[in-house]
Design a protein around this ligand. Sequence first.
Ligand SMILES: Nc1ncnc2c1ncn2[C@@H]1O[C@H](COP(=O)(O)OS(=O)(=O)O)[C@@H](OP(=O)(O)O)[C@H]1O
Ligand SMILES: [Mg+2]
Length: 317
Amino acid sequence: MELQVAKQAVRTASKLAHTVAQHHISSISKSDQSPVTVADFGAQAVIISALKQAFPGDPVVGEEDAAALRADDTLANKVWALVKEAAPHDKNLSERTNLFAAIDAGNYAGSAKGRQWALDPIDGTKGFLRGGQYAVCLALIVDSRVELGVIGCPNLGPRGGLFSAVRGKGAFWEPLFEESTPEKISFRHIESTKDATFCESVESGHSALDTQLKIAQSLGISNPPVQMDSQAKYCSLAKGDADIYLRLPVRMDYEEKIWDHAAGNILITEAGGVVTDMNGNLLDFGKGRTLKDNKGVIAAAKSIHSDVLKAVQKALL
Ligand SMILES: Nc1ncnc2c1ncn2[C@@H]1O[C@H](COP(=O)(O)OS(=O)(=O)O)[C@@H](OP(=O)(O)O)[C@H]1O
Ligand SMILES: [Mg+2]
Protein backbone atom coordinates (compact mmCIF):
# COMPACT_ATOMS: atom_id res chain seq x y z
CA MET A 1 0.00 0.00 0.00
CA GLU A 2 2.67 2.51 1.06
CA LEU A 3 4.88 1.59 -1.87
CA GLN A 4 2.13 2.00 -4.46
CA VAL A 5 1.05 5.38 -3.06
CA ALA A 6 4.66 6.60 -2.84
CA LYS A 7 5.50 5.47 -6.38
CA GLN A 8 2.39 7.05 -7.85
CA ALA A 9 3.01 10.35 -6.03
CA VAL A 10 6.68 10.48 -7.05
CA ARG A 11 5.74 9.69 -10.66
CA THR A 12 3.19 12.51 -10.77
CA ALA A 13 5.64 14.98 -9.21
CA SER A 14 8.48 13.86 -11.50
CA LYS A 15 6.31 14.44 -14.57
CA LEU A 16 5.43 17.89 -13.28
CA ALA A 17 9.12 18.69 -12.72
CA HIS A 18 10.15 17.26 -16.08
CA THR A 19 7.62 19.43 -17.90
CA VAL A 20 9.03 22.56 -16.24
CA ALA A 21 12.65 21.51 -16.80
CA GLN A 22 12.11 20.82 -20.50
CA HIS A 23 10.55 24.22 -20.94
CA HIS A 24 13.36 25.88 -18.98
CA ILE A 25 16.11 24.20 -21.02
CA SER A 26 14.54 25.27 -24.31
CA SER A 27 13.91 28.83 -23.11
CA ILE A 28 16.33 31.70 -23.61
CA SER A 29 16.62 32.87 -19.98
CA LYS A 30 18.68 29.98 -18.60
CA SER A 31 19.91 32.08 -15.68
CA ASP A 32 16.35 32.34 -14.35
CA GLN A 33 16.09 30.43 -11.04
CA SER A 34 12.31 30.56 -10.82
CA PRO A 35 11.48 27.38 -12.80
CA VAL A 36 13.04 25.21 -10.15
CA THR A 37 11.19 27.12 -7.42
CA VAL A 38 7.89 26.57 -9.20
CA ALA A 39 8.61 22.86 -9.73
CA ASP A 40 9.77 22.48 -6.13
CA PHE A 41 6.52 23.89 -4.68
CA GLY A 42 4.36 22.02 -7.17
CA ALA A 43 6.07 18.69 -6.50
CA GLN A 44 5.78 19.12 -2.73
CA ALA A 45 2.07 19.96 -3.02
CA VAL A 46 1.08 16.95 -5.12
CA ILE A 47 3.10 14.49 -3.04
CA ILE A 48 1.91 15.71 0.36
CA SER A 49 -1.67 15.86 -0.86
CA ALA A 50 -1.46 12.20 -1.97
CA LEU A 51 0.13 11.17 1.34
CA LYS A 52 -2.48 13.00 3.41
CA GLN A 53 -5.31 11.25 1.57
CA ALA A 54 -3.81 7.79 1.95
CA PHE A 55 -2.29 8.17 5.43
CA PRO A 56 -4.00 11.13 7.14
CA GLY A 57 -2.21 10.66 10.46
CA ASP A 58 1.34 10.51 9.11
CA PRO A 59 3.52 13.60 9.62
CA VAL A 60 5.75 14.82 6.78
CA VAL A 61 9.21 16.39 6.94
CA GLY A 62 9.27 18.30 3.65
CA GLU A 63 11.95 20.69 2.48
CA GLU A 64 9.67 23.60 1.52
CA ASP A 65 7.07 25.80 3.20
CA ALA A 66 4.55 28.09 1.51
CA ALA A 67 5.71 31.44 2.95
CA ALA A 68 7.24 32.61 -0.36
CA LEU A 69 4.06 31.61 -2.23
CA ARG A 70 1.74 33.45 0.13
CA ALA A 71 3.82 36.58 -0.48
CA ASP A 72 3.92 36.32 -4.27
CA ASP A 73 0.67 35.96 -6.14
CA THR A 74 2.28 35.57 -9.55
CA LEU A 75 4.43 32.73 -8.29
CA ALA A 76 1.45 31.10 -6.54
CA ASN A 77 -0.58 31.24 -9.77
CA LYS A 78 2.22 29.57 -11.72
CA VAL A 79 2.48 26.77 -9.18
CA TRP A 80 -1.30 26.39 -9.07
CA ALA A 81 -1.56 26.06 -12.87
CA LEU A 82 1.11 23.40 -12.85
CA VAL A 83 -0.50 21.45 -10.00
CA LYS A 84 -3.93 21.53 -11.68
CA GLU A 85 -2.35 20.13 -14.83
CA ALA A 86 -0.39 17.41 -12.99
CA ALA A 87 -3.14 16.32 -10.56
CA PRO A 88 -6.46 17.50 -12.03
CA HIS A 89 -8.62 15.12 -9.98
CA ASP A 90 -6.98 15.58 -6.59
CA LYS A 91 -9.80 16.43 -4.16
CA ASN A 92 -7.37 17.97 -1.68
CA LEU A 93 -6.20 20.40 -4.32
CA SER A 94 -9.53 21.65 -5.64
CA GLU A 95 -8.95 25.27 -4.58
CA ARG A 96 -5.87 27.46 -4.65
CA THR A 97 -5.94 28.05 -0.88
CA ASN A 98 -5.50 24.29 -0.37
CA LEU A 99 -2.18 24.54 -2.17
CA PHE A 100 -0.60 26.49 0.68
CA ALA A 101 -1.93 24.08 3.30
CA ALA A 102 -0.61 21.05 1.40
CA ILE A 103 2.87 22.55 1.14
CA ASP A 104 2.90 23.71 4.77
CA ALA A 105 1.95 20.21 5.94
CA GLY A 106 5.61 19.34 5.39
CA ASN A 107 6.57 21.29 8.50
CA TYR A 108 6.99 18.35 10.89
CA ALA A 109 9.96 18.78 13.22
CA GLY A 110 10.85 15.09 13.10
CA SER A 111 10.87 12.49 15.84
CA ALA A 112 12.72 9.38 16.98
CA LYS A 113 9.49 7.42 17.43
CA GLY A 114 6.67 6.52 15.08
CA ARG A 115 6.09 7.02 11.37
CA GLN A 116 7.18 10.06 9.35
CA TRP A 117 7.72 10.76 5.68
CA ALA A 118 10.79 12.66 4.45
CA LEU A 119 10.33 14.56 1.19
CA ASP A 120 12.73 16.41 -1.08
CA PRO A 121 10.46 17.59 -3.91
CA ILE A 122 13.38 18.60 -6.14
CA ASP A 123 16.76 17.42 -4.96
CA GLY A 124 19.68 18.75 -6.99
CA THR A 125 18.24 22.14 -7.83
CA LYS A 126 21.50 23.08 -9.55
CA GLY A 127 21.29 19.96 -11.69
CA PHE A 128 17.72 20.81 -12.63
CA LEU A 129 18.80 24.23 -13.88
CA ARG A 130 21.83 22.82 -15.74
CA GLY A 131 19.76 20.17 -17.52
CA GLY A 132 21.65 17.53 -15.52
CA GLN A 133 20.57 15.17 -12.79
CA TYR A 134 17.89 15.98 -10.27
CA ALA A 135 15.56 13.74 -8.27
CA VAL A 136 12.17 13.64 -6.56
CA CYS A 137 12.79 11.80 -3.29
CA LEU A 138 10.32 10.34 -0.80
CA ALA A 139 10.98 8.03 2.15
CA LEU A 140 9.02 6.48 4.99
CA ILE A 141 10.89 6.48 8.30
CA VAL A 142 9.64 4.36 11.20
CA ASP A 143 11.26 4.65 14.63
CA SER A 144 14.30 6.49 13.20
CA ARG A 145 14.96 3.90 10.46
CA VAL A 146 14.11 4.22 6.78
CA GLU A 147 11.65 1.50 5.78
CA LEU A 148 10.79 2.56 2.23
CA GLY A 149 12.30 4.86 -0.37
CA VAL A 150 11.23 6.03 -3.81
CA ILE A 151 13.32 8.26 -6.10
CA GLY A 152 12.26 9.64 -9.49
CA CYS A 153 15.14 10.64 -11.77
CA PRO A 154 13.80 12.16 -15.00
CA ASN A 155 17.25 12.50 -16.61
CA LEU A 156 18.93 9.26 -15.52
CA GLY A 157 19.25 6.98 -18.53
CA PRO A 158 17.28 7.23 -21.76
CA ARG A 159 13.90 6.50 -20.12
CA GLY A 160 14.46 8.17 -16.75
CA GLY A 161 14.25 6.03 -13.66
CA LEU A 162 11.82 5.27 -10.88
CA PHE A 163 13.83 3.62 -8.12
CA SER A 164 12.22 1.97 -5.12
CA ALA A 165 13.14 -0.12 -2.11
CA VAL A 166 11.30 -1.59 0.85
CA ARG A 167 13.21 -3.03 3.80
CA GLY A 168 13.88 -6.73 3.25
CA LYS A 169 12.37 -6.73 -0.26
CA GLY A 170 15.26 -5.57 -2.48
CA ALA A 171 15.83 -2.54 -4.69
CA PHE A 172 14.13 -1.97 -8.04
CA TRP A 173 14.26 0.17 -11.16
CA GLU A 174 11.53 0.86 -13.69
CA PRO A 175 11.14 3.47 -16.41
CA LEU A 176 9.74 6.70 -15.01
CA PHE A 177 7.31 7.76 -17.69
CA GLU A 178 5.72 4.44 -18.66
CA GLU A 179 4.25 1.54 -16.69
CA SER A 180 6.38 -1.58 -16.80
CA THR A 181 7.47 -4.43 -14.50
CA PRO A 182 10.14 -3.28 -12.02
CA GLU A 183 13.59 -4.87 -12.45
CA LYS A 184 15.66 -5.89 -9.46
CA ILE A 185 18.93 -3.94 -9.19
CA SER A 186 22.09 -4.38 -7.15
CA PHE A 187 25.66 -3.21 -6.69
CA ARG A 188 28.09 -4.55 -9.25
CA HIS A 189 30.64 -7.05 -8.03
CA ILE A 190 34.20 -5.74 -7.80
CA GLU A 191 37.18 -7.68 -6.46
CA SER A 192 39.11 -4.74 -5.10
CA THR A 193 38.74 -1.02 -4.45
CA LYS A 194 41.27 -0.43 -7.26
CA ASP A 195 38.56 -1.23 -9.79
CA ALA A 196 36.02 1.09 -8.20
CA THR A 197 34.48 4.25 -9.60
CA PHE A 198 33.56 7.16 -7.35
CA CYS A 199 30.30 9.02 -7.68
CA GLU A 200 30.26 12.45 -6.08
CA SER A 201 28.57 15.83 -6.01
CA VAL A 202 29.18 18.40 -8.74
CA GLU A 203 29.26 21.18 -6.15
CA SER A 204 32.56 21.69 -4.33
CA GLY A 205 30.58 23.57 -1.67
CA HIS A 206 28.59 20.44 -0.80
CA SER A 207 31.38 17.88 -0.60
CA ALA A 208 35.17 18.07 -0.10
CA LEU A 209 36.12 17.06 -3.64
CA ASP A 210 39.92 17.61 -3.15
CA THR A 211 40.07 15.32 -0.12
CA GLN A 212 37.92 12.78 -1.96
CA LEU A 213 40.40 12.77 -4.86
CA LYS A 214 43.25 11.99 -2.43
CA ILE A 215 41.22 9.18 -0.88
CA ALA A 216 40.50 7.72 -4.31
CA GLN A 217 44.25 7.78 -5.06
CA SER A 218 45.03 6.09 -1.72
CA LEU A 219 42.62 3.30 -2.67
CA GLY A 220 44.49 2.83 -5.96
CA ILE A 221 41.58 4.09 -8.02
CA SER A 222 42.48 5.40 -11.47
CA ASN A 223 38.95 5.63 -12.92
CA PRO A 224 37.85 9.27 -13.08
CA PRO A 225 35.01 10.13 -10.66
CA VAL A 226 31.50 10.47 -12.03
CA GLN A 227 30.00 13.74 -10.84
CA MET A 228 26.29 14.34 -10.69
CA ASP A 229 23.79 16.32 -8.67
CA SER A 230 21.16 14.95 -6.31
CA GLN A 231 20.30 11.50 -4.92
CA ALA A 232 20.71 10.18 -8.46
CA LYS A 233 24.17 9.32 -7.02
CA TYR A 234 22.61 6.71 -4.72
CA CYS A 235 20.61 5.39 -7.68
CA SER A 236 23.74 5.04 -9.83
CA LEU A 237 25.43 2.93 -7.14
CA ALA A 238 22.34 0.82 -6.55
CA LYS A 239 22.13 -0.09 -10.25
CA GLY A 240 25.82 -0.86 -10.52
CA ASP A 241 27.04 2.12 -12.55
CA ALA A 242 29.46 3.33 -9.84
CA ASP A 243 30.73 1.84 -6.59
CA ILE A 244 31.48 4.48 -3.96
CA TYR A 245 29.65 7.68 -2.99
CA LEU A 246 31.60 9.95 -0.67
CA ARG A 247 30.18 13.15 0.75
CA LEU A 248 32.74 14.60 3.12
CA PRO A 249 31.83 17.85 4.86
CA VAL A 250 33.29 21.11 3.63
CA ARG A 251 32.12 22.89 6.78
CA MET A 252 31.86 20.94 10.02
CA ASP A 253 28.90 23.03 11.19
CA TYR A 254 26.66 21.94 8.27
CA GLU A 255 24.00 19.42 9.26
CA GLU A 256 22.82 17.22 6.39
CA LYS A 257 19.04 17.27 5.89
CA ILE A 258 17.15 13.99 6.31
CA TRP A 259 15.30 14.50 2.98
CA ASP A 260 18.65 14.62 1.15
CA HIS A 261 19.55 11.06 2.22
CA ALA A 262 16.58 9.02 3.50
CA ALA A 263 15.32 7.49 0.23
CA GLY A 264 18.86 6.87 -1.04
CA ASN A 265 19.81 5.19 2.22
CA ILE A 266 17.38 2.28 1.87
CA LEU A 267 18.02 1.98 -1.85
CA ILE A 268 21.70 1.38 -1.07
CA THR A 269 21.16 -1.16 1.71
CA GLU A 270 18.57 -3.09 -0.29
CA ALA A 271 20.91 -3.18 -3.31
CA GLY A 272 23.68 -4.80 -1.26
CA GLY A 273 25.49 -1.75 0.03
CA VAL A 274 26.30 -0.09 3.34
CA VAL A 275 25.91 3.58 4.28
CA THR A 276 27.66 5.11 7.27
CA ASP A 277 29.00 8.48 8.30
CA MET A 278 32.75 9.10 8.42
CA ASN A 279 32.94 7.63 11.92
CA GLY A 280 31.45 4.37 10.70
CA ASN A 281 28.06 4.97 12.36
CA LEU A 282 24.73 4.33 10.64
CA LEU A 283 22.80 7.50 9.77
CA ASP A 284 20.26 8.34 12.48
CA PHE A 285 17.02 9.60 10.91
CA GLY A 286 15.37 10.22 14.27
CA LYS A 287 17.15 13.39 15.33
CA GLY A 288 14.76 15.91 13.80
CA ARG A 289 14.94 17.50 10.36
CA THR A 290 18.71 17.06 10.11
CA LEU A 291 21.23 14.25 10.59
CA LYS A 292 22.54 16.04 13.67
CA ASP A 293 24.57 13.13 14.96
CA ASN A 294 26.31 12.26 11.70
CA LYS A 295 29.09 13.93 9.73
CA GLY A 296 29.82 12.90 6.17
CA VAL A 297 28.33 10.05 4.15
CA ILE A 298 30.10 6.96 2.83
CA ALA A 299 28.09 4.59 0.66
CA ALA A 300 29.69 1.53 -0.91
CA ALA A 301 29.21 -2.16 -1.63
CA LYS A 302 29.35 -4.30 1.52
CA SER A 303 32.56 -5.98 0.35
CA ILE A 304 34.57 -2.74 0.15
CA HIS A 305 32.89 -0.38 2.62
CA SER A 306 35.30 -1.07 5.49
CA ASP A 307 38.34 -0.41 3.23
CA VAL A 308 36.80 2.86 2.08
CA LEU A 309 36.01 3.89 5.66
CA LYS A 310 39.61 3.18 6.73
CA ALA A 311 40.95 5.27 3.84
CA VAL A 312 38.63 8.14 4.75
CA GLN A 313 39.65 8.07 8.39
CA LYS A 314 43.36 7.94 7.50
CA ALA A 315 42.98 10.92 5.15
CA LEU A 316 41.19 12.98 7.79
CA LEU A 317 43.55 12.22 10.69
N1 LIG B 1 27.20 23.03 2.64
C1 LIG B 1 26.52 21.97 2.26
N2 LIG B 1 27.03 20.74 2.47
C2 LIG B 1 26.36 19.64 2.07
N3 LIG B 1 25.16 19.67 1.45
C3 LIG B 1 24.62 20.87 1.20
C4 LIG B 1 25.26 22.07 1.59
N4 LIG B 1 24.46 23.10 1.21
C5 LIG B 1 23.38 22.56 0.63
N5 LIG B 1 23.46 21.22 0.63
C6 LIG B 1 22.48 20.23 0.16
O1 LIG B 1 22.98 19.50 -0.95
C7 LIG B 1 21.88 19.07 -1.73
C8 LIG B 1 22.27 18.70 -3.09
O2 LIG B 1 23.34 17.85 -2.98
P1 LIG B 1 24.17 17.42 -4.24
O3 LIG B 1 25.27 16.53 -3.81
O4 LIG B 1 23.24 16.88 -5.24
O5 LIG B 1 24.74 18.78 -4.70
S1 LIG B 1 24.48 19.46 -6.01
O6 LIG B 1 23.14 19.19 -6.47
O7 LIG B 1 25.54 18.92 -6.84
O8 LIG B 1 24.60 20.87 -5.73
C9 LIG B 1 20.98 20.24 -1.70
O9 LIG B 1 19.69 19.77 -1.92
P2 LIG B 1 18.69 20.65 -2.87
O10 LIG B 1 18.59 21.99 -2.24
O11 LIG B 1 17.43 19.85 -2.75
O12 LIG B 1 19.27 20.66 -4.24
C10 LIG B 1 21.16 20.84 -0.30
O13 LIG B 1 20.16 20.44 0.61
MG1 LIG C 1 18.03 18.23 -1.56
